[in-house]
Ligand binder design. Structure first.
Ligand code: IMP
Length: 206
């Protein structure tokens, strides 16, 4: 079973490929890049929700796939309580309309500069949308709760990982080993649901 990833984000692609290799799903499952079918088409992420944006990306890729191919889209982001849930679905554009992970991270550090310890709660959300070869759609969601550090720490992961300390940890997601992130992250949790469904229910879906 081949899942084509509707994303041009190399951080997400690497994590989903590692998750597919290590964490459940049917035998022979592989996650491949949209590059295999000429690249991810341009999609304007304007629905205002993770689910809507993920659906839009999966639907843009699905018609380009060879027979038997599944489309998998990931829309995700960081919701910060002290910022009223922002940046949320706009996580890729916190510092401006052109996506730039380093600038987004610096902007978040700046926005949180005066927010004291104890008021720095945040959570990551990941929505995965899967489209079967016959067009049936399924949605899976994962959440990772935690808090924001005062300064970025660590070199692993991507995006806001250097600032995010998951619940029950003292290190940021960028300091923790990739295996740990891939056990506790929002993406790992959504993937586990998705893989479980693929292993059990997918045979009956077209
Ligand atoms: P989108 O899903 O393409 O709209 O972009 C998601 C954005 O959310 C990324 O560009 C990152 O800034 C952020 N993000 C999503 N998942 C993660 C993660 O696992 N670690 C760090 N940042 C993430």
């Amino acid at each position: 079973m081949r899942l084509y990833l509707a994303s041009a984000n190399p951080g997400k692609a690497a994590e989903l490929a590692a998750l597919a290799a290590a964490r459940g799903g049917p035998a022979g499952l592989e996650v491949v890049s949209a590059r295999e079918v000429g690249g991810m088409p341009e999609v304007v992420e304007d629905t205002g929700t993770f689910a809507g944006n993920a659906r839009k990306k999966a639907r843009a890729l699905a018609p380009l796939l060879p027979a038997g191919g599944w489309a998998l889209a990931d829309d995700s982001g960081l919701c910060v309580e002290a910022l009223g849930g922002a940046p949320g679905v706009e996580s890729a554009y916190l510092a401006g309309p052109v996506s730039n992970a380093a600038a987004n991270l610096a902007r978040l550090v700046e926005l949180m500069r005066d927010v004291p310890e104890g008021r720095r709660a945040a959570h990551f959300v990941c929505v995965l949308v899967l489209i079967a070869p016959g067009g049936a759609e399924r949605l899976f969601e994962g959440l990772c709760r935690g808090r924001l550090a005062a300064e970025p720490r660590g070199r692993g992961g991507f995006g806001y990982d250097p600032l995010f300390i998951p619940e029950g940890q003292e290190q940021t997601l960028a300091e923790l080993p990739a295996e740990v992130k891939n056990r506790i992250s929002h993406r790992a949790r959504a993937w586990l649901e998705c893989a479980g469904w693929l292993a059990e229910g997918a045979q009956t879906v077209h």
